[in-house]
Design a protein around this ligand. Structure first.
Ligand code: GDP
Length: 459
């Protein structure tokens, strides 16, 4: 165990009101005592845990800044080590000076995520909880935040621990029976185990089923807006974004990279690719066909196909329709505020392309509620369950669950093939260990390193 003392600037590296320099390790309080002077000259060592002290950070005789110092003594801190947080003025230079000063007296710079890594290594949180810390910081919408908080509070960890208990119980029984057949019988055991496995498979499948929804809620729905020029793609994007961004007035002919906008639609996020920038060319379909847009279309969770309902459908419209066949499409008949020149039947043919046809006016904002409802129904079965349901959002957890399912499947096969009982325990143990990786039991050091390397500095 590393007991050296680490230090980092924990707040953003930008000028702001307050900055925090954080130190953790055996010598944190000692080092703080060397750089901190209060009026009373009291040593921080003699102060109670969880108290705040006013004074100055000194580099020998030079005053570096006026600060508040917070002490948290082991084990009652984030890392479970002695921890000092120095609240200083939030200038980049002054924060750096304070960091340099504590380093001069024995602290070393922390690696990204090292504070949280210590919290994990010291057993304050497990790996799933540690991962939730970074997820909280990176949360971009209510769902992502709430699910990360519930993960930090141990919801996934508890569930995994309970399921592991069931598995280890069976393994222990098999081993006892093999060692001590007089007291433990294996008569009828296979049927019993089969039932346990079925129940476990149901539980794991339920968790896995949440993973796709979890990803969509966490990352957003990858959405591409397509349609020929002037049907109102940019205007649709603008009403979705809900801001007065001036995409619509962009000068024609200026090529720009495809933009991705994040749209928060009542709590779920759409990552919308705006293909408007690539339409200033004669043969738009061909351009879209060969361009990046095609690639985006391939990876899209959702395609919004915009048509101008005040015009008859053109060749181009049909060509685009061909391009997106088989995708998850919502058809938007835009410009519903204008006189409708096209026959309704013309558009009805599009029902082969999608069940979802919505009449909208991007100009007047009509039909957007209907669109939102359809998206909710498509991706979330109509509602967001923020609170009680446990949702798997982490791909590492998802993979571990899939691997566990596989091991359980092998157990099932062994039972069907009437293999000897110790065959069961091999795969049961594998399932047990795989599940353990979610909460950080039996993980390799390099995996832990990889996870913590994704953290920001000072966390
Ligand atoms: P894009 O080329 O598909 O991105 O289309 P734009 O969003 O740039 O819109 C083309 C033109 O149609 C602009 O003049 C918009 O103001 C207009 N427009 C877009 N949506 C509507 C709508 O719902 N009703 C009406 N009347 N005009 C619209």
């Amino acid at each position: 165990m590393n007991t050296d003392t680490i230090a980092a600037i924990a707040t953003a590296m930008a000028n702001s009101g307050i900055g925090i320099i954080r130190m953790s390790g055996n010598a944190a309080i000692e080092i703080a005592d060397k750089v901190f002077r209060s009026k009373s000259n009291q040593s921080l060592k003699d102060c109670k845990s969880h108290t705040i002290h006013y004074g100055y950070i000194m580099n020998e005789d030079e005053v570096v800044d006026e600060v508040l110092v917070m002490i948290m003594k082991a084990p009652n801190s984030y890392t479970r080590e002695n921890t000092i947080e120095i609240n200083c003025h939030g200038g980049v230079l002054v924060m750096q000076k304070i960091l340099e000063t504590v380093m001069k007296y024995g602290a070393r710079p922390a690696e990204p995520g090292e504070f949280t890594k210590r919290a994990f290594l010291n057993g304050r949180i497990d790996l799933a909880q540690a991962e939730s810390v970074i997820d909280i910081i990176n949360s971009k919408n209510d769902f992502a935040l709430k699910s990360s908080i519930s993960q930090l509070r141990g919801k996934i960890s508890d569930k995994i621990a309970n399921l592991r208990k069931i598995i280890i119980h069976e393994t222990a029984y098999i081993e006892s029976a093999v060692d001590d057949p007089e007291h433990y019988t294996l008569d009828g055991y296979a049927e019993h185990l089969n039932e346990v496995i079925l129940n476990l498979q149901n539980e794991f499948q339920r968790l896995l089923d949440t993973a796709d929804q979890g990803r969509i809620l966490q990352e957003g729905i990858h959405t591409v807006i397509v349609g020929k020029p002037n049907v109102g793609k940019s205007s649709v994007l603008n009403v979705l974004v809900g801001s007065e961004r001036a995409i619509v007035t962009d000068v024609a002919g200026t090529t720009r990279d495809i933009l991705e906008e994040q749209v928060n639609l009542n709590g779920i996020m759409l990552n919308v690719i705006d293909t408007a920038g690539i339409h200033e060319t004669e043969d738009i379909v061909e351009k879209i066909g060969v361009d990046k847009a095609k690639q985006y279309l391939e990876n899209a969770d959702l395609v919004l196909y915009v048509l101008d309902s005040s015009q008859e459908m053109s060749k181009e419209d049909y060509k685009i329709a061909e391009m997106i066949r088989g995708k998850n499409v919502i058809i938007l008949l835009n410009k519903s505020d204008l006189e409708q020149k096209a026959e309704r039947e013309e558009f009805d043919q599009l029902s082969q392309l999608s069940d979802h046809i919505v009449l909208i006016s991007a100009k007047e904002g009509n039909g957007i509620d209907d669109l939102t409802k359809i998206i909710y129904n498509m991706f979330l079965n109509g509602n967001i369950t923020f609170n009680d349901e446990l949702v798997i959002t982490n791909i590492r957890h998802k993979n571990a669950l899939s691997e566990t399912m596989e091991s359980l499947h092998y157990v099932e096969e062994s039972i069907q093939n009437q293999m000897p009982e110790d065959f069961y325990s091999i795969d049961l143990m594998h399932a047990y260990e795989t599940l353990g990786t979610i909460i950080g039991e039996s993980v390799e050091d390099d995996l832990a390193d990889e996870i913590f390397a994704k953290f920001c500095m000072g966390k």
